[in-house]
Design a protein around this ligand. Structure first.
Ligand code: DGL
Length: 271
């Protein structure tokens, strides 16, 4: 069991922020990643549909020898809320790790949350923040264009379209005087430069994928499930749409080539 893989899923490339952090923290672990690229975006769908997709993604990952599951997707994590969808394996979404990090980082107790429409509609980040820090002020803002900008490579900080969209979404959040901003969707850290530029140096940005990786590390350590492999772990990627498109997006996303093989999962294999 110790040397089984960590299963990670997202609707697309966003979860690669978690994979990158997992690789840095636990280089000897094997990872199986599923990006449901045929059905992205999740964030504009209903709670029922997102839940159904999440259960199917988890069922796919469970066909591999895995020892834990990470929902590296803010939308799935928000819709699930605090109830883990699997009982027999360690599980984390990005919600709790990101909220813990934000509550620890804030000095003025004013926290902003940006995410997909489904994430913000769920109110889950706000509820979790209030549970940990009842006096916190929370402001949420849906940023529906961000995932599309990222998936289409509009990530440069001087891109006029990206900056215009970011100003439209972020200036009202900034006006609320937040000192901490949760990037509540795993795609958003790729826009970190433009977001940081608009929010200013005094605002701490929380990356949910990175926080989920740290949280997973602690969970595995506590449960004595860290790998005892001495060689470097492998990453196997599976996607439900074009392998070539995923590789191209991932290159933009990670600013490096992919390490590991990407394989196509057909609808027959998925359902
Ligand atoms: N990375 C997903 C999230 O964290 C992306 C969104 C989507 O599929 O809309 O919410």
């Amino acid at each position: 069991m110790k040397n089984h893989a960590i299963g990670v899923f997202d609707s697309g490339v966003g979860g690669l922020t978690a994979v990158k952090a997992l690789r840095a923290l636990m280089p000897n672990e094997n990872i199986v990643y599923f990006g449901d690229t045929a059905r992205i975006p999740y964030g504009s769908r209903s709670k029922e549909t997102v839940l159904r997709y999440a259960h199917e993604d988890i069922a796919f990952l469970r066909r591999h020898p895995i020892k834990m599951i990470i929902a590296a997707c803010g939308t799935v994590s928000s819709v699930i809320g605090m109830k883990p969808p699997v009982g027999d394996l360690p599980f984390t979404g990005v919600l709790l790790p990101a909220v813990q990090a934000a509550c620890a980082a804030t000095k003025n107790n004013r926290i902003g949350v940006i995410g997909t429409p489904a994430t913000i509609r769920s109110g889950s980040y706000g509820k979790a923040i209030k549970t940990l820090s009842p006096n916190a002020f929370v402001v949420g803002k849906a940023c529906p264009l961000f995932v599309h900008l990222v998936e289409n490579g509009y990530t440069a900080s001087d891109n006029k379209i990206t900056r215009l969209a970011a100003e439209e979404y972020l200036l009202p959040v900034k006006e609320e005087g937040v000192d901490t901003l949760i990037l509540g969707c795993t795609h958003y850290p790729v826009l970190r430069e433009v977001i940081a530029d608009i929010m200013g140096d005094d605002v701490t940005l929380i990356s949910p994928g990175e926080e989920a990786a740290k949280y997973a590390n602690i969970l595995l350590l506590e449960q004595n499930l860290l790998s005892d492999r001495t060689e470097e772990g492998t990453v196997d990627y599976y996607v439900s749409d074009s392998v070539a498109l995923f590789e191209e997006n991932a290159r933009h996303f990670l600013h490096t080539g992919m390490e590991g093989k990407v394989q196509l999962v057909t609808p027959q294999e998925l359902f």
